[in-house]
Design a protein around this ligand. Sequence first.
Ligand code: FAD
Length: 299
Amino acid sequence: MLDSTSIMELDELPEHLIVLGGGYIGLEFGQMFRRFGSAVTIIQRSARLLSNEDDDVSEEIASIMRDEGIDVLTSTTAIRAEAIDGGRATVTVRGEDGERQLEATPILSAIGRIPNTEALATDAAGIRLDTHGFIQVDEHLQTSVAGVYAMGDVTGGPSFTHSSYDDYRILHAHLIDQRTVSTRDRVVPYAVFIDPQLGRVGMTEREARARGHAVEVVKVPMNTVVRAIETGETRGFMKAVVDADTKQILGCAVLGSEGGEIMSIVQVAMLGKLTSTDMADVIFTHPLLAEGLNTLFTR
Ligand SMILES: Cc1cc2nc3c(=O)[nH]c(=O)nc-3n(C[C@H](O)[C@H](O)[C@H](O)COP(=O)(O)OP(=O)(O)OC[C@H]3O[C@@H](n4cnc5c(N)ncnc54)[C@H](O)[C@@H]3O)c2cc1C
């Protein structure tokens, strides 16, 4: 069983890589090895890949993966893995059609990371952990012990390099610059580095509805964006969730060429409180991918 570090040490191409987990790490590695030439099966316990995303995003990504020849098994649980000879292993999976066995060479485990806090003996210092072993911190990143701080993945917040770096900025501001800043209400974007990329910021459509917003959804397929047509990278779509009353942009998902970069434009617009009407009226340079945002917000 490999993890995302040991798989990088492989010196030959796996014949059949089984990826446990359809989150971002599983998808990125699955697509990469498929493009290297391995047969790839992704096993995902929930009904959709990237299960925190909206249904249409997950479905489009599953369709992109399947079109590349990746076997995507959703609503499927791996219940047993056994090593057999010659570096091979069998994985028993249970899906909607019952149990079956798959043969792998090798298996990549991409089903989540756990905090490495056991070795820290935090209880000796009175530092509280949550039930999953993450260090509990307040909005200023202070632990349960005054003057002791924690930052990054180990706090159980958003687990990204940029959010960990933002934690550092918060602590620096607080401890060195004597300014009070906090993690409250910060907007943490992310990108999934599959091809095409998924850039995401703010609320999904599902979240916005659950929070009681009157939701307006605007969406354009990438095959209507001039730059995408010119470069022949027309898979995916741009989607934004707008508050129908205030026209504030609540979130966006850009699944397409340079999706992360396009999403960042919307992120800055959100931070600057630009409305969807403002975005429809921005003059973007022709023929950039950003121009697609005019079309998106004009809908
Ligand atoms: C395959 C993969 C792909 C990823 N891709 C992205 C991406 O594209 N973009 C993104 O933003 N994020 C990505 N991430 C997440 C990102 O790597 C983490 O969110 C980020 O590294 C967190 O930084 P950190 O400083 O909190 O923890 P880490 O980077 O994990 O650093 C913690 C350090 O503490 C050390 N350590 C642990 N225990 C102890 C101890 N007891 N004593 C001393 N030292 C200790 C560890 O060895 C490590 O060096 C990815 C993660 C993985 C696994």
